[in-house]
Write a protein of this length. Sequence first.
Length: 309
Amino acid sequence: MEKLSIIVPCYNEEETVDLFYKEAERVKAQDFQEMEFEYIFVDDGSKDKTLEKIKKLANDNEHVRFISFSRNFGKEAAILAGLDEATGDYITLMDADLQDPPSLLKKMYDMIKQEGYDCIATRRITRKGEPPIRSFFAKCFYKLINHISDVEMIDGARDFRLMTRQMVESITSMREYNRFSKGLFSFVGFKTKWIEYENVERVAGQSKWSFWKLFKYAIEGITAFSTTPLILSSFIGLIFCLVAFLLILFIIVKTLIFGDPTSGWPSMVCIIVFVSGIQLFSLGIIGQYLSKTYLEVKHRPTYIIKEKK
């Protein structure tokens, strides 16, 4: 009998854990009578009763397992931990809030079996229920990353996807500390098909992704899959060196022809501040890459497990 591993990262999801499990079990009874299900709930240091809810499910159902972190390590760490522990022939990633509809699993499984795909991934075609400002910046991010990176990233892509064991083993073989799963899924390749669906709002609770967290996540993705910002920083520096050289020649020529120029300290101050800003901006870009290198060379674990079943 084939096995499907369902990985569910959870952070303060006490209101949705039971709802998710009931819906997934309904889909199993309807569409997957001949397949074994394995649930792996990953508690990412929740501060509410999420872990209690998960433990109860695990105690009542032998096909439910859980991993509990020693603290909050982030969704990327939770995804990796779930992939490490999964034993199924097929593995899927799903959010507990039911924004990833379990009803799509049958369609995704049939595509893998009948059409020979290694991965069926999902993307939202609408961002209904999402703040307009977040939607705007999300679209800008995908346009930017696809221009500066060799790895294609699909606008509206979700972590919700069904993958073969071979693809999952390729992903887990990459043990980098600074992880950006959407990029890693594309980087490993394999035959992938995208299916679209309209955005589904959370069944309960609130999103844990603030604008600031999403911004930091976007920076993580850019620095993980593109060195273009470094090239851009160098290019800007070169341009300003050339401009400065031309200005020096201009001042020398003007002084020789017209004598000492009138003092222009306000404009000089503005120029100094502007150039200093460019320098600090460039140093900031270099610092981002340097910090990622610093974290990688320390070889700290991506996550620490406190308890599991």
